[in-house]
Design a protein around this ligand. Structure first.
Ligand SMILES: [Zn+2]
Ligand SMILES: [Zn+2]
Length: 227
């Protein structure tokens, strides 16, 4: 008997979000792009998630622990994932983030039941794109999880924007004063997962975490981080 999976694939073969070719049968990307993607090699800093040489916090987190309990990223910001995110953002092509979202599902499960909060986008990004990549990621990542355990809530808004950072050097990014956020709803006593597409220096997610006053724990889950 022909299974539903076969039939649905016959009529709908999803495209690879990085290159647009047909995606592999089991997976987000096409076979060629999947081969070019490698996860962040362990061990990772338990606070910010960057790869470290020895188990334990990285030098930066030792000097100044971040205002959240931990950060994990699915992949480094390079290769096909970087192409997919750029296509999605600058296309702009919202479905790309819906396709990438399931890459975050195991990360959310690893943190455990929490309120899932998409990082608010800048007003300039909202004006040019008309959608929020983190919001699309959250919706797609949580689709497979029990809704009551992982409710998606917009608990933050931006009070001051910073310019888009994707094309700035690390030194230029570090010179910018961080974005500012204000709470929209209460995070009192709750476990919160902040979700972003790309984490760069961590300054933006740190500012967002500081605005979530009274949370019982804050984790940062991102699709990618720059190294
Ligand atoms: Zn591809
Ligand atoms: Zn660290």
């Amino acid at each position: 008997m022909i299974g539903m999976n076969f039939l649905s694939r016959l009529f709908f073969v999803p495209n690879c979000p990085a290159c647009g070719r047909p995606a592999a049968a089991a997976g987000v990307f096409c076979e060629g792009c999947a081969l070019a993607i490698s996860p962040l090699p362990p061990p990772w800093c338990p606070y910010c998630g960057i790869p470290v040489i020895l188990d334990g916090p990285c030098a930066r987190c030792l000097r100044e622990p971040p205002p959240f309990s931990g950060a994990i990223s699915a992949l480094p910001y390079e290769g096909p994932v970087m192409s997919a995110i750029r296509r999605g953002k600058y296309g702009p092509v919202p479905w790309i983030f819906g396709r990438l979202g399931p890459l975050l599902t195991p990360l959310l499960e690893a943190v455990g039941p929490s309120i899932v909060v998409p990082m608010p986008v800048t007003s300039a990004a909202w004006r040019t794109r008309g959608f929020s990549p983190p919001r699309q990621l959250c919706a797609a990542a949580c689709r497979e999880l029990p809704r009551r355990d992982f409710p998606v809530r917009e608990l933050l808004r931006r009070t001051r924007d910073v310019p888009a950072q994707a094309f700035l050097t690390l030194a230029e990014r570090q010179k910018l004063s961080p974005a500012e956020f204000a709470p929209v709803g209460s995070a009192e006593g709750a476990r919160v997962i902040l979700v972003d597409d790309v984490v760069t220096t961590g300054a933006t997610v740190s500012a967002a975490a500081r605005a979530l006053e009274g949370a019982a724990g804050i984790w940062v889950v991102s699709l990618c981080r720059t190294l």
